[in-house]
Design a protein around this ligand. Structure first.
Ligand code: SAM
Length: 410
C-alpha cells in the first residue's frame, strides 16, 4: 500500500484529557508544550526524571506511579506512549487504536497514529514541520528546517512581504560589544525592518553592511549639530525621521542604558510624542572581560563587581565616582572609558588602600577580530598603557579575577 502523507492538524487540548506513558526524556521534552496547550495531563509511569517530577510537584500534571495498565487510555483524547517497555508500548498502542485515541509512539513511528512535528513559535505563529512519510523520518532534518524558518522570522530575514509588521516610532537597540553575533534576536529583527539606522561608532558595525541598499544609515558622530549639543542633534534626527513615518533604529554599542545616553533619547522621543521601544543589549562591561577570559565574579575570589566610568579623572570636580570608597572594596572594578585617565585612577585606588600588586587587564576592541588583552598591575598600568599603545575602546578590569581563567593562578 502506498504510504500517504500525514495530515497536519493543530490540536486544541485545553481541559482535555491527555495520557503520557513513561516519565523519561521523551516525556520531559514533550510535556512543556502539552502543559502550555492547557491539557489535563495524566502521567502513568513508575519513575520520572527530576524535571518531570517537578512538573508533578507543581501540579501541572497528575502522576500515577505505576506501570501502564489496560484501560488507561479509555477516556483520553490524545496519548503519548514513551515507556522503555516495548510490550507495554504495543499493548497501549492497541488500546489506543480500539478507543480511537490518536497516539504518538516514541519507539516506533510506523505504529503510531500521530507524529509530533518539530515546532517553534515566532510573531504569533506556530511553525510545525513534519516529514512526508515514515521512510524519510529524520528528526534532525525537520528540526533544522524548523530552526531555519523560526530564526528567519525572528531576525526578519524571512518575511511575508504583505504582512511585514513594522514597529512604529524609534527602536533604541543595544547592539552588543562589537561581534555582530552578539546582538539580540529582537534587535536584529528591528534592524531588518528599519528604513533609517542611526548608528554609533562602537557596536556591531558589520551588521550595517548587511542592510539592504534602501536603508539609510547615518553615522551619529557625523550629524551636524550647529547651535545644538551633539546629543540634541541626534535626538532631533531621530524625531524628524520618525515623524516622516519611517521605521527608525538607533543602534547603540553594548546596552543602551549603560553609559549610553539611552534614557536621554527615550525622554526626547516621549516629549515629541513618538513611540519608543528599548531593546537591551549585551554590555561590554561584562562581555568584553568574558571574551578575554576574565569572569567578573568567581567563587571564592570576587563577590561583587562595580562598573564605573573613567572618562573624568578622580580629582576632577565633575566626577560623580567615590574613588576612595571603591579603593576599599575587595571585588572587581570594571572601568569603561578609562584608558586616558587610568594612571590617575590607579594612583587614587592605591592611595586609598588597594594593593599596588592588584592585577589589571585592559581589553581593547573586545569581541572583534582586533581584540587584544594587555595585563599589568595597579603599580604598572600607567606605563604599560603607554608602552603597549593601548587605545580606546577598552574595558579595564581591576581585581583578582584577572588571574582567574582556564589556566589561571587563583
Ligand atoms: C560610551 S561607553 C558605552 C558602553 C556601552 N553602552 C556598553 O554597554 O557596553 C563606551 C565604552 O565602552 C567600552 N567598550 C564598548 N565596546 C567595547 C569593546 N568592543 N571593547 C572594549 N571596550 C568597549 C569602552 O570602555 C568604551 O570607551
Amino acid at each position: 500500500m502506498a504510504e500517504h502523507p500525514a495530515y497536519p492538524v493543530g490540536l486544541r487540548l485545553t481541559g482535555r484529557h491527555v495520557v503520557v506513558l513513561g516519565g523519561g526524556q521523551v516525556a520531559q521534552r514533550r510535556l512543556p508544550a502539552l502543559i502550555a496547550a492547557g491539557a489535563d495531563i495524566r502521567l502513568v509511569s513508575p519513575g520520572a526524571t527530576p524535571s518531570v517530577e517537578a512538573m508533578a510537584d507543581s501540579g501541572e500534571i497528575t502522576w500515577e506511579r505505576r506501570p501502564y495498565a489496560e484501560g488507561d487510555l479509555a477516556d483520553a483524547w490524545y496519548a503519548l506512549i514513551a515507556t522503555s517497555d516495548t510490550e507495554a508500548n504495543n499493548a497501549a498502542s492497541a488500546e489506543a487504536e480500539r478507543h480511537r485515541v490518536w497516539c504518538v509512539r516514541s519507539d516506533d513511528a510506523d505504529r503510531a497514529t500521530a507524529w509530533t512535528p518539530a515546532t517553534g513559535h515566532s510573531e504569533g505563529v506556530t511553525v510545525a514541520v513534519l516529514t512526508t512519510d515514515a521512510r524519510h523520518r529524520d528528526p534532525r532534518h525537520t528540526a533544522a528546517i524548523r530552526d531555519a524558518v523560526v530564526e528567519g522570522l525572528r531576525d526578519g530575514t524571512l518575511v511575508a512581504p504583505h504582512q511585514r509588521t513594522r514597529t512604529p516610532g524609534v527602536a533604541l537597540v543595544g547592539g552588543g560589544p562589537g561581534d555582530p553575533d552578539l546582538i539580540t534576536v529582537r534587535g536584529r529583527r528591528l534592524l531588518a525592518e528599519a528604513d533609517v539606522v542611526i548608528a554609533d561608532r562602537l557596536g556591531p558595525r558589520d551588521l550595517l553592511a548587511e542592510l539592504p541598499p534602501h536603508v539609510e544609515v547615518i553615522d551619529a558622530a557625523k550629524i551636524p549639530y550647529g547651535r545644538f549639543m551633539a546629543q540634541e542633534a541626534i535626538n532631533n534626527a531621530l524625531i524628524e525621521h520618525a515623524k516622516q513615518g519611517k521605521a527608525v533604529v538607533r543602534l547603540k554599542g553594548g546596552d543602551p542604558f549603560v553609559f549610553g545616553r539611552g534614557m536621554e533619547e527615550a525622554r526626547a522621543l516621549a516629549e515629541a510624542g513618538i513611540a519608543c521601544t528599548v531593546v537591551p543589549g549585551i554590555s561590554s562591561s561584562i562581555s568584553v572581560p568574558g571574551a578575554a577570559g576574565i569572569p567578573v565574579t568567581h567563587r571564592g575570589v570576587a563577590h561583587e563587581f562595580t562598573v564605573v566610568s573613567g572618562h573624568v579623572a578622580p580629582d576632577d570636580e565633575r566626577s560623580l565616582v567615590d574613588w576612595p570608597s571603591l579603593a576599599k572594596l575587595t571585588g572587581t572594578l570594571v572601568i569603561l572609558m578609562g584608558v586616558d585617565k587610568i594612571g590617575r585612577i590607579a594612583e587614587t585606588l592605591v592611595a586609598h588602600g588597594r594593593s599596588p600588586d592588584t592585577p589589571v587587564a585592559l581589553v581593547q576592541e573586545g569581541t572583534t577580530a582586533a581584540q587584544r588583552r594587555v595585563d599589568a598591575t595597579l603599580a604598572t598600568v600607567a606605563d604599560t598603557v603607554v608602552a603597549q599603545e593601548v587605545r580606546p575602546p577598552a574595558v579595564i578590569v581591576v581585581g583578582e579575577v584577572v588571574a582567574v581563567g582556564p589556566q589561571g593562578t587563583v
